[in-house]
Design a protein around this ligand. Structure first.
Ligand code: TNX
Length: 687
């Protein structure tokens, strides 16, 4: 195949040219003026693509890259392609500043675009049977050539997965919230991909400390980049109640359900039993109205995510007991003080001390109404009833209650979900999910065998993000791993073999869990969760045989810059040799007029003082420059560096094309260089 050989050779030469341009900064070739060279350009070859989660199959087509430019159109072939096409356009518009119009076209008339069709389009095509066979729900094909980009799937969610891959194939600066001049290329690759597991979740504990809707959306945005497809909201716990529940027409106990949010929407985690403040501030109070919840469901859905609401019963229930007098019956725990109708608020992080009363019908009436309302608001198939840590509930009472709650959920047409403590209850046959976090694995295997239960895995050591990820983190649990649960612990485990004696087909997937005892707001949530959610995402997506920790951290190293540009406050764990990348804008000016060149640098985990930076000019002048952090990094304050900025100003007396190369040096490592051109024209008046 002579054509292929030629194009491969040409490609190698092009790549070599780029590398030489980067190395010989002073000789910056005029022809590449529009492109600032940086660490991103290595994305041109398959092994260096830096995709997380790693796709099932990637072929480097060895062709020329696709150029996204001001004229690029997005064609949505098929009605189900419109939403992912629009999602793609909105993801690419801020950094590029391009219009990227989305045009619906029939999926039958998928345009067989002529070669050289200009400008090259992006085609999102969704049609049953179009995606990878056997992986209709979420699989996709992505083919990139100079002529076009094709994203093909059987479903909207499959196409969204293709969109996330395409985002990662673009230079990291595509994540910039503001417009940048850049050469937006996508390497020519062909990818066929689908997930190993159907459930790849993130859990957010909004009960201990509340997350307002915009913060939940940010958590969704972050996770969607890694093809996470479940958002589990832990809506209620001892410390607070976060979801509005209406009153039923038939209300035998006369409960005012509005008190749940009126009273316990205003409480949160506060101090531990010794009076020490939990976290950097008191837990946030608040709750979701039905409209808020609907908006979260909508936004999650637009990001390919199903919301799983959790109402934690029969323990973790103090907030409800504090709000609703009728729940405080003889068998509820704790008991109200003499003369009081309800128990006091308890802002400590204590667990397992509260319980509903198994012998009171009000308990079942209450749970029925709450589950009914939640089921109505939730389009997804799951209702999570918690069931964890019921330490003061007798086993018999626990089983009585959990059996009835599970049956209530099933009668509402939902699949019940619960933490693994409930494995021994009468789970609805073939219609229950056990979420394992800690404890008895053989009880889970029994429920799989006897009740046909499915399993979601959240082993504390492998998925609990409030556990320290690094000894430098001042706050965080160490109980799950006997020390920090680093990135490796979150990566190096196999969900297929985790529960002995069950088939992989009984494992729905994996879920990262963010508990809220000391984590406040989404910045801190990201600081604990990332980059470990990237590991969980890959554990859930990528076939075990393709997974390797060294390979993963190599890809993650490149992704760090991308996360920096999009503003994810991730912890730059020392397990990863984070890549440094820089980009600057080309400049034009006239003779005698000063002009400034600016660079943006991403260098996860670095401080401005740890990097030695200079700008070398093609006329021989070299000047030191300093990097200014956009955000002062601080591990104790859980604030990490965003991108750095630097700038130099020069005035030239003679017209010409000059090159300015930013060089970033770390002791013992090759410098990172980012050249730009500085075009100086004769003064217009003196021409
Ligand atoms: C156990 S994990 C809990 C939560 C806590 C978490 C961390 C699980 C099902 N229950 O209530 O927040 O430990 O302390």
């Amino acid at each position: 195949m002579p054509t292929l050989t030629t194009s491969r050779r040409r490609r190698r030469l092009t790549l070599a040219g780029v590398l030489i341009a980067a190395a010989l900064s002073a000789a910056m070739p005029a022809a590449t003026a529009a492109t600032a060279t940086d660490g991103d350009q290595g994305a041109a070859t398959a092994p260096g693509l830096g995709l997380v989660p790693k796709p099932v199959s990637v072929t480097d087509s060895a062709g020329e890259p696709f150029h996204l430019d001001a004229g690029t159109r997005i064609l949505a072939a098929g009605p189900a392609a419109v939403a992912p096409a629009r999602y793609l356009a909105s993801a690419l518009r801020p950094a590029t500043g391009y219009a990227l119009p989305v045009t619906p076209v029939p999926d039958t008339a998928i345009p067989d675009l002529p070669r050289g069709n200009s400008p090259a389009p992006i085609v999102v095509r969704v049609r049953p049977g179009a995606g990878p066979a056997g992986h209709e729900a979420e699989g996709y094909h992505l083919a990139v050539s100079k002529q076009r980009v094709d994203l093909v799937a059987s479903t909207t969610n499959g196409a969204l997965n293709a969109v996330q891959t395409l985002r990662q194939l673009l230079p990291q600066w595509i994540e910039s919230p503001t417009r940048l001049n850049y050469s937006w290329t996508v390497p020519s690759v062909s990818i066929t991909d689908h997930p190993r597991f159907a459930h790849r979740g993130v859990m957010l504990d909004v009960a201990r400390s509340f997350y307002p809707v915009p913060e939940v959306k940010r958590y969704i945005d972050d996770a969607a980049r890694f093809k996470i497809n479940r958002l589990h909201l832990h809506l209620t716990d001892d410390q607070g109640w976060r979801i509005a529940i209406g009153n039923p027409a038939d209300n035998p106990a006369g409960i005012d359900y509005g008190l749940l949010t009126k009273v316990s929407g205003a409480t949160a985690v506060t101090y531990n039993a010794s009076g020490k403040l939990m976290g950097t501030e008191l837990g946030l109070t608040g709750y979701y109205t039905k409209a808020d919840y609907a908006e979260i469901v909508r936004y999650a859905g637009a990001n390919g995510m199903t919301v799983i609401p959790e109402i934690d019963v029969p323990s973790h229930i103090n907030a409800a007991l504090h709000a609703i007098p009728q729940l405080n019956t003889a068998g509820s725990q704790p008991r109200p003080a003499a003369g009081q109708e309800t128990v006091p608020h308890n802002g400590t992080p204590s667990v397992g001390y509260s319980s509903l009363d198994a012998r009171s019908e009000v308990t079942y009436e209450f749970v029925q109404q709450v589950l009914t309302e939640i089921a109505r608001m939730t389009p997804g198939p799951y209702l999570h009833i918690g069931g964890d840590e019921a330490h003061v509930t007798s086993h018999a009472d626990y089983v009585t209650m959990v059996d009835r709650f599970s049956a209530q959920a099933a009668a509402l047409g939902k699949t019940v979900m619960g933490w693994n403590e409930y494995s021994g209850a009468a789970l609805p046959q073939g219609n229950a999910v056990i979420q394992f976090w800690s404890g008895n694995r053989s009880a889970v295997a029994d429920a799989v065998r006897k009740r046909g239960a499915k399993v979601v895995l959240s082993p504390a050591a492998n998925t609990y993000v409030p556990q320290k990820q690094d000894s430098r983190q001042p706050v965080g649990g160490t109980w799950a791993c006997g020390g920090p649960c680093g990135l490796d612990r979150h990566y190096n485990w196999d969900p297929g073999t985790f529960i002995p004696g069950i088939a992989e087909s009984s494992v729905l997937g994996v879920e990262s869990a963010l508990w809220g005892e000391f984590i406040r707001r989404v910045d801190q949530a990201e600081y604990y969760a990332y980059p470990r959610i990237a590991a969980t995402a890959e554990v859930g997506w990528t076939p075990q045989a393709l997974r390797d920790y060294g390979d993963f951290t190599g890809r993650l190293a490149k992704l760090g810059g991308r996360l920096t540009v999009n503003g994810t406050n991730f912890f730059p764990t020392a397990d990863v040799a984070w890549t440094i990348a820089a980009r600057g804008n080309d400049r034009t000016t006239t003779v005698g007029t000063p002009a400034t060149v600016e660079w943006v640098v991403t260098a996860p985990g670095e401080t401005s003082t740890g990097l030695v930076t200079t700008v070398k000019w093609s006329d021989g002048i070299t000047e030191p420059v300093t990097l200014t952090p956009t955000q002062e990094g601080s591990i104790p304050e859980m604030r990490l560096n965003g991108p750095f900025h630097t700038a130099v100003t020069r005035t030239f007396d003679a017209p010409g094309r000059y090159a300015a190369t930013l060089s970033i040096n770390r002791p013992g490592q090759a410098p990172i260089e980012s050249p730009v051109t500085f075009d100086v024209s004769a003064h217009p008046l003196k021409r």
